[in-house]
Design a protein around this ligand. Structure first.
Ligand code: G6P
Length: 367
């Protein structure tokens, strides 16, 4: 297998652009379009008996877990706990009852996540793994392997593995919801339809690349950047901040929009850009009011929203990035693209080693 950058300047950019294809490839192994169902591979345990879900991962993969918590709780009405693997294994977690333990990992080798998986198994927990490398330790050890088909990811900062993990997490949420009797056939049909549209929506987000590149210099000049979001876009804000930190070395924080007034607002002045991830919907008004609080203190806002949201609040922002209007379930897969591209272009402007940022490793096999 030869892996090269093709016509791209960096692996990261190539991998960002591969997302419509690899997400489609991943979804193909979970969607049953004729039956209008979302399927999982064969398993030797009963999903309907599960009473609680515990998701453990590191870094970008842990944000997939956080987004999964929103999805699984709202769709399947099961309580979900999410933890970073390094904390999980040392806090003597309570694992009684019928728990489904889920690990999420691109490499399948991250030391803390692997140790967390072994801890869960030793505690008698049934495990599933959303994993990209099928030959990895985690892939071999989980009870149920839920593969992502992102292909090899070379850039240290995870991009395509993340969106593929989200696609599989959505499939898991749907299956838990059906097993728990919380999903009607017509709701599932609607979800299949929307997931099928996801690759095209990701593609539409990629079309904003030039606009994003055009605003990168504002971010590149900043010392601190804040990312805000609500609901599943809150973990996306964390992911946006992590991407920027990892490859551009600019200090960035992701916050739940409503938490801004409990601390980070103290940092805001006209030197601090604020990236707001806010698809139109029931939470939009609230996020926009948080955005206005920040603007009253001079913040330069980049609003990432759809046409409906931008029509409502876009004029107030310093810059806007228009996303396609999508079902809330696939919004994180789509909003991943502008935060990845923004981090990428800022890093290129700063002249950093985009694919191999300092001090970071692709796969962290030590604690
Ligand atoms: C490293 C990488 C991150 C990744 C994390 C978890 O820190 O730089 O991009 O999210 O490990 O890796 P995994 O292989 O378990 O997904």
């Amino acid at each position: 297998l030869s892996i090269d950058k093709g016509n791209y300047r960096h692996f990261m950019l190539k991998e960002i652009y591969e997302q419509p294809i690899v997400v489609a490839q991943t979804l193909r192994s979970y969607l049953r379009p004729l039956e209008e169902q979302v399927a999982l591979p064969q398993m030797d345990f009963d999903l309907s008996a599960i009473e609680r879900v515990v998701i453990v991962a590191c870094g970008t993969a842990s944000y997939v877990g956080m987004i999964g918590k929103y999805w699984i709780e709202s769709m399947a009405r099961l309580p979900v706990e999410v933890d970073v693997a390094s904390e999980f294994r040392y806090r003597d977690p309570v694992l009684t009852g019928k728990v489904l333990g889920v690990v999420v990992s691109q490499s399948g080798e991250t030391a803390d996540t692997l140790a967390a998986l072994r801890h869960m198994k030793a505690s008698g927990v049934t495990t599933a793994g959303i994993i990209n490398v099928p030959t990895s330790s985690m892939a071999r050890e989980v009870d149920l392997l839920l593969p992502t088909h992102a292909g090899p990811e070379i850039g240290v900062a995870s991009t395509k593995a993340f969106t593929c993990q989200l696609a599989v997490m959505a499939a898991l949420a749907v299956n838990l919801a059906r097993a728990k009797g919380k999903l009607s056939a017509s709701e599932e049909r609607d979800i299949v339809h929307n997931l099928t549209e996801a690759p095209a929506a990701i593609n539409a987000a990629l079309m904003r690349d030039e606009a994003i590149q055009g605003m990168a210099h504002v971010i590149a000049a900043a010392r601190d950047v804040l990312y805000l979001g609500r609901g599943p876009e809150f973990p996306m804000a964390l992911e946006g901040a992590l991407k920027l930190k990892e490859i551009s070395y600019i200090h960035a924080e992701g916050y739940a929009s409503g938490e801004m007034k409990h601390g980070p607002i103290a940092l805001i002045d006209d030197q601090v850009p604020l990236i707001v991830l806010a698809p139109a919907g029931p939470l939009f008004e609230k996020t926009v009011s948080n955005m206005h609080e920040a603007m009253a203190r001079g913040a330069k806002v980049v609003l990432i929203s759809d046409a409906e949201g931008l029509a409502e609040a876009g004029d107030d922002a310093m810059a806007t990035i228009e996303m396609p209007k999508v079902h809330p379930l696939i919004a994180p897969l789509v909003y991943a693209v502008p935060v990845q591209l923004l981090a990428y272009h800022v890093a290129v402007l700063k002249g950093t080693d985009v694919d191999q940022p300092r001090n970071l490793a692709k796969s962290v096999t030590v604690e």
